[in-house]
Design a protein around this ligand. Structure first.
Ligand SMILES: [Zn+2]
Length: 87
């Protein structure tokens, strides 16, 4: 059991290149580290990427459209931005 936070090798954001090396779950229900296909929100630029075997990639057009209307993802983006302003 962990606290919903995992450290990994730095995975560059596909938008800004920031070396994200910590991954926090957006929900207490998440008890395992991110897997390929899961969404990622950059801690630096707050853009949404997709975990893949090589790291984090840009979403496809279909994924981007789905993510833009996912209320949980959009809430997580807002929290990421708020956290970024505080730290
Ligand atoms: Zn970024």
């Amino acid at each position: 059991m962990n606290d919903g936070f995992w450290l990994t090798l730095p995975q560059p954001c596909p938008y800004c290149g920031a070396p994200n090396d910590g991954h926090a779950a957006a929900s207490a229900a998440v008890t395992s580290p991110p897997e390929p296909g899961d969404a990622s929100i950059c801690a630096y630029c707050h853009a949404i990427g997709i975990y893949c075997a090589e790291g984090i990639r840009l979403p496809t057009r279909d994924e981007a459209e789905q993510l833009a209307t996912d209320k949980d993802i959009q809430a997580a983006v807002l929290l990421s931005k708020a956290w970024g302003r505080e730290n």
